[in-house]
Design a protein around this ligand. Structure first.
Ligand SMILES: [Zn+2]
Length: 161
């Protein structure tokens, strides 16, 4: 667990945190991150950068591959609960969120990094531009019954006769 105290950020005006470790919840995820927490009165702004790697599984060939992470962090925390009628995260503009600390006196930096990595992962995971049909074709894939092919076969047979 890596946490910063809201009190310390207020005292110093800003606080920089460096992180170089694994995100154990994510397969093969190893990152280096730099986050600066800045006191903004009612808010705390977190600006930073994550660089690293994560192991993903290709949607097509199911091979595991390294995916490079290069993520900007831009997160705002509300010290007091401002949006009680809304959900925990209120979207201000694309990519910018306000996270309600709900009176918590600490910010969970590890969780911030974890969430940032999750959000940055692609929906479509493909190991590379050369992966089209996949190197791994299972027997099941080969046995897929395609009716259009049956029609084609019939025409050929008739043509021969
Ligand atoms: Zn692939």
């Amino acid at each position: 667990m890596l946490k910063v105290k809201v009190e310390d950020i207020e005292l110093e005006g800003s606080l920089s945190v460096k992180f170089k470790d694994k995100i154990t919840e994510l397969d093969g995820c190893n990152i280096e991150a730099d986050v600066k927490f800045k006191n903004m009165g009612e808010f705390i702004q977190a600006l930073g950068h994550i660089k690293g790697k994560i192991v993903l599984e290709c949607d097509r060939c199911l091979n595991k591959f390294d995916y490079d992470l290069d993520i900007d962090i831009d997160e705002t925390y509300a010290k007091k609960s401002l949006y009680e009628d809304y959900s925990q995260e209120l979207e201000l503009s694309s990519g910018q969120f306000i996270t309600d600390l709900n009176g918590e006196d600490e910010i969970d930096v590890y969780d911030l990094l974890y969430q940032s990595v999750i959000l940055a992962l692609p929906n479509k995971r493909v190991c590379g531009i050369n992966c089209n049909e996949g190197l791994f074709v299972s027997d099941e894939d080969m046995e897929v019954h395609d009716e259009r092919m049956d029609v084609f076969k019939n025409i050929q047979i008739k043509g021969k006769g």
